[in-house]
Write a protein that binds this ligand. Structure first.
Ligand SMILES: NS(=O)(=O)c1ccc(C(=O)NCc2cccc(F)c2F)cc1
Ligand SMILES: [Zn+2]
Length: 261
């Protein structure tokens, strides 16, 4: 189909036609209403262990709906907190909005959006590989980090320098420098919210334990703008990539837990 999942047809509000799970019980993203989150001392008692390495990022690809930095996961593992097993890092990508707009993130906090949101995707090593894990209820764990406008983030800038090399869907280049995804974690990564949700793009599998960092990461306004220099297919041909986010969906019968009081 011409265009992409956000721009073809009615976009996210029509996804349920092809993917009925879009109206399911544990869909993502959601609004995090901080009056209804529940502090869980167990999360504080068993801290989240996030390990990244300098050599884990192999390449960057234009997926047609975002950039994606792909990893073989070596030395990059996630455990503790809400997780009952070890999850291995697979990739990170982001979602963002349009110029001069305040929307862009997928999760919102008390109804407020951030200009962009980073997702660090991990798969449960009790399964053989990512593809085996991707549709299991405990298959994936995704760390979400909000971007806010502020000082420049030179580390993320090194990744953005590669965008010009992946101008079209399917374009891929190797990353021939060391990049530790740990650089993209906010200074305080102890405070997070967690809930059971889904992939935020089709096939929308309900397989994700979400770990949403409370503290945003600062990047410059120019860096937010550079996200939109990536290109994607639209019904009118190739153009700048933006608004590649799914708006929040109903929380249904879920409580979002906080690792902090
Ligand atoms: N935005 S997010 O963090 O929730 C998210 C993370 C990963 C994927 C993904 O891997 N999709 C492609 C993909 C690849 C293999 C098998 C799949 F089922 C599949 F969806 C989609 C959304
Ligand atoms: Zn995502």
């Amino acid at each position: 189909k011409r265009g992409n999942i956000y721009l073809s047809g009615a976009g996210p509000s029509a996804w349920h036609e092809e993917y009925p799970v879009a109206k399911g019980k544990r869909q993502s993203p959601v609004d995090i209403n901080t009056n209804k989150t529940k502090f869980d001392p167990k999360l504080a008692a068993d801290p989240l262990t996030i390990r990244f390495s300098d050599s884990c990022c192999q390449s960057i690809v234009n997926t047609g709906i975002s950039f994606q930095v792909t990893s073989n996961g070596a030395g990059c593992e996630l455990s503790g907190g809400p997780l009952d097993s070890t999850y291995q890092f697979a990739q990170f990508h982001a979602h963002w909005g349009a110029y001069l707009k305040t929307t862009g993130s997928e999760h919102t906090v008390d109804g407020v959006s951030y200009p962009a949101e980073l997702h660090l995707v991990h798969w449960n090593t009790k399964y053989d590989d990512f593809k085996d894990a991707v549709d299991k209820p405990d298959g994936l764990a995704v760390i979400a980090v909000f971007f806010k406008r502020g000082k420049e983030h030179p580390g993320f800038g090194k990744i953005q320098d590669l965008f010009s090399k992946i101008p079209a869907k399917g374009a891929k280049v190797n990353i021939d420098f060391e990049f530790n995804p740990g650089l993209l974690m906010p200074p305080d990564s102890e405070n997070y919210w967690t809930y059971l949700g889904s992939l935020t793009t089709p096939p929308l599998y309900e397989s994700v334990t979400w770990i949403v960092m409370k503290e945003p990461l600062e990047v410059s306004v120019e860096q937010i703008a550079i996200l939109r220099t990536l290109l994607w297919e639209t019904p009118n041909g190739v153009s700048q990539m933006y608004n590649n986010f799914r708006p929040p969906v109903p929380l249904r019968d879920r409580v979002i837990r906080a690792s902090f009081g």
